[in-house]
Design a protein around this ligand. Structure first.
Ligand code: FES
Ligand code: FES
Length: 166
């Protein structure tokens, strides 16, 4: 008789506004679930240990490491990935600023960098360069040296402040 324990669980969540119901292995990470089960490959996998930030997504509006979060922990949650926020246009100012300042080279860190910068600016569009560097310190970039990324986020912050003033 097969007495192996049940290792799969049914989860129901919203991903980029779409209701999703799946059975997943209890140990499956959120980023693997997104990339492999849902084919949302904009969230990247670097260190797999919570260090590089490449796997950053939003869970119920807060930034989360996709490699440290289990898919089953997101049962009932609202998950947003770079695909979702890009489609909505809410990152257009940041995307333009990154392009104009050369804030990306290989692009591996960029989706998570954009998501993180957006959350930072939503919390405080008045952030200065030091605040931006602190806020992005959990997102590693091997290419740019960070200066252009900070310049891009500063430019987007200026635009958001102007938009608020009307
Ligand atoms: S892959 Fe998740 S923090 Fe590096
Ligand atoms: S642009 Fe290559 S890792 Fe950041």
């Amino acid at each position: 008789m097969d007495v192996r324990p049940e290792t799969e669980m049914a989860i129901t969540l919203t991903v980029n506004g779409v209701a999703v119901r799946r059975r997943v292995e209890a140990r499956r990470t959120l980023v693997d679930f997104l990339r492999e089960d849902l084919e949302l490959t904009g969230s990247h996998v670097g260190c797999e240990h919570g260090v590089c930030g490449a796997c950053t997504v939003k869970v119920d509006g807060a930034l989360a490491r996709g490699c440290l979060t289990l898919a089953v922990q997101c049962d009932g949650s609202r998950v947003e990935t770079i695909e979702g926020v890009t489609a909505s246009g809410e990152l257009d100012d940041l995307k333009t600023a990154f392009a104009e300042t050369n804030g990306l080279q290989c692009g591996f860190c960029t989706p998570a960098m954009l998501l993180t910068a957006d959350v930072l600016l939503r919390d405080d569009p008045g952030l200065d360069a030091d605040g931006i560097r602190r806020g992005l310190s959990g997102n590693y970039c091997r290419c740019t040296g960070y200066h252009a990324i900070v310049e891009a986020v500063l430019a987007a912050a200026r635009l958001r402040r102007e938009a608020r003033r009307g």
